[in-house]
Design a protein around this ligand. Structure first.
Ligand SMILES: Nc1ncnc2c1ncn2[C@@H]1O[C@H](COP(=O)(O)OP(=O)(O)OP(=O)(O)O)[C@@H](O)[C@H]1O
Length: 258
């Protein structure tokens, strides 16, 4: 579980995160949504320890980040898996080498132990025969699977994904979303996804946090999205005509049922 309390971050006097409070539970897929520039990436970078907030606490399973020793912070890094926007694979390394990288960085395992774990996670993301391929030989969806395999190879407690569907077609996006959600439940991971993909919101948003100009504007589940009166959320969702129609149909159905 990750708890965020009164998180504040500013750059050159401009406040980009304004007193964010949030709780992210393990075994659940939480989405942080919001328009471009709303503060999603800065928020994720604060959680990753890449940016130091001026004020507020980030608490990982009861441990306050700012009170951790250097060793504890290093240990925490091993517990965090990250899927970057655009996959961020090493182009000149094979799939196997890409996925093995964190094990080489953080463990003293033998080659046999490492390759056993690599094969296990590749199998888990349905990439059994891709060990010796290079990223350029794979489709965008397959590259994303490799990125997920690499993110979970250390058996993380926390999984952060920055726009995991960017560049993917809607069908492949859904497959990747479902894979992330399945893995989250299977291994009881606390998963936080930055997204502006409404499909993802509706498909896997067990908890959704809407940021607007650095403020937490709304919080709820995917079931609650279409019933909300929150203007900012409606504005965000209504930018897609498809969802506008779905909401109208949903409200009509609810009204006729009551
Ligand atoms: N290192 C930085 N220095 C100065 N300003 C920054 C820095 N990083 C982010 N910002 C500013 O913080 C605000 C929030 O940016 P952020 O990247 O978190 O938005 P976002 O919601 O992730 O947008 P997008 O969906 O486009 O990725 C923006 O106004 C941005 O210009």
């Amino acid at each position: 579980m990750i708890e965020v309390r009164n998180l504040n971050k500013e750059f050159d006097g401009v406040q980009v995160l304004k007193g964010i409070d949030a709780t992210f539970e393990n075994g659940k897929t939480s989405l942080v949504i919001g328009t471009s520039g709303s503060g999603k990436t800065v928020f994720l970078k604060c959680l990753l320890g890449l940016i130091q907030p001026e004020k507020g606490d980030i608490i990982y399973d009861g441990q306050i980040y700012n009170e951790m020793s250097g060793d504890e912070k290093r240990d925490l890094k091993k517990d965090i898996g990250m899927v970057f926007q655009g996959s961020a694979l090493f182009d000149s390394s094979t799939v196997e080498e890409n996925v093995m990288f964190p094990l080489k960085m953080f463990t003293n395992q033998s080659y046999e132990e490492k390759i056993e774990r690599v094969n296990f996670v590749l199998d888990r993301v349905n990439l059994e025969n891709a060990n010796k391929k290079f990223p350029a030989e794979l489709s965008g969806g397959m590259q994303k699977r490799v990125a997920i395999a690499r993110a979970i190879v250390m058996n993380p407690k926390y999984l952060f994904c920055d726009e995991p569907n960017s560049g993917l077609d809607p069908k492949t996006s859904t497959v990747i979303d479902n894979l992330i959600q399945e893995i989250t439940k299977e291994y009881n991971i606390t998963t936080i996804i930055n997204s502006h993909d409404m499909n993802s919101v509706m498909e896997i948003g067990e908890k959704i946090i809407l940021l607007k100009h650095g403020v937490k504007e709304w919080e709820g589940t995917n079931d609650e999205v279409f019933k909300t009166d929150n203007e900012s959320l409606v504005d965000f969702v209504y930018s897609s005509n498809l969802f506008k129609k779905v909401r109208e149909a949903q409200l009509k159905q609810d009204n006729s049922g009551s």
